[in-house]
Design a protein around this ligand. Structure first.
Ligand SMILES: [Zn+2]
Length: 313
């Protein structure tokens, strides 16, 4: 049975027992007179999310907005499945990319590229949302929940259409993957580089933008709430810069992808050693990170540097 945990006044994280926290994006419910869901998780989890919404005081008809931070399958893959069951909800999405929610053909192609032809078996289908249910949003746009407002903050980098959600009442920011992923048990932020559109420069500016909001609470989509805002911001910056430098140097030395991936794995494990020592016996780094974690980081950064080189030629 899924259950709701209040992580700040009126802000709940939906826990789904079958799913390890951090394995895919968590889903959050923010309540005013009406409520918003931030993130959806993959479509396969939609029945669990709905079950949690049914336990909330206003139920399905009280959900006014569904706000995925971005449309990668593990964060926003459930928009279509949830929109069908939440009759009042509008799906908020970056205005330049909102048409992909209506016609997800490109999203599906990108998902197949990363997760394979049979992605839907494991993660559920990416379903279209009727155009009248999609709300294209601009940077700074405010969504009224009645007694509470949410502000959309554009934070490209991880993906060009990535947004964060700022809740000024509790000074909470849902940062999606802007800063990476939070390994809660060892209190470390690790970068999450996505293929093919990761942009390092944008990612760094977006991290700064999130920290400049001066939040009291950062909510990572993978890893949940984190109160150590400044430290998390610093870690996120340092690690992505050091990782990018590794990849850049390896490319300049002419190393192939296989060696770059192996180098990144060694580098990250060395960087994480002091934190790993503090972890309990049950902690397993390989399990905390997802399949192809280092491959995605290497190929995403290599693609970024190649694009940058092309621009400079
Ligand atoms: Zn993502």
């Amino acid at each position: 049975m899924p259950y709701l945990v209040e992580i700040a006044p009126g802000i709940h994280q939906i826990y789904i027992e079958a799913v390890r926290e951090g394995a895919v994006s968590s889903v959050f419910l923010v309540e005013g007179e009406r409520a918003a869901l931030v993130e959806t998780g993959p479509a396969i989890l939609a029945p669990h999310v709905l079950e949690a919404v049914d336990k909330w005081r206003c139920g399905r008809r009280g959900i006014a907005y569904i706000i995925p931070t971005h449309l990668h399958m593990d964060h926003g893959g459930g928009v279509g499945a949830l929109a069908r069951e939440l009759p009042q909800a509008l799906v908020a999405a970056h205005y330049r990319f909102a048409h992909h929610v209506v016609d997800p053909v490109r999203l599906i192609a990108g998902t197949v590229q990363v997760w394979g032809e049979n992605y839907a078996k494991e993660w559920g289908p990416i379903l279209p949302v009727p155009p009248e249910r999609v709300l294209p949003v601009k940077d700074g746009e405010r969504l009224d929940l009645g007694g509470r407002e949410l502000e959309v903050v554009f934070t490209p980098g991880h993906a060009p259409h990535h947004v964060s959600v700022w809740e000024p009442g509790t000074r909470t920011v849902f940062c999606g993957e802007t800063l990476g992923s939070y390994l809660k048990s060892i209190r470390v932020v690790v970068p999450t580089v996505a293929v093919p559109f990761f942009d390092l420069e944008q990612a760094l500016s977006s991290m700064d933008r999130v920290i400049a909001l001066d939040p009291e609470l950062l909510v990572f989509s993978q890893g949940g709430p984190c109160h150590r805002v400044k430290e998390a911001g610093r870690q996120a910056r340092e690690v992505i810069l050091a990782t990018a430098e590794q990849v850049r140097e390896a490319m300049e030395q002419g190393l192939g992808e296989h060696d770059i991936v192996a180098g990144l794995k060694r580098f990250h494990e060395a960087h994480l050693t002091p934190f790993l020592l503090s972890a309990g016996d049950g902690f397993n780094l390989e399990e905390e990170l997802w399949l192809d974690y280092y491959e995605q980081m290497a190929t995403g950064l290599m693609a970024f540097f190649r694009r940058q080189d092309l621009r400079q030629d």
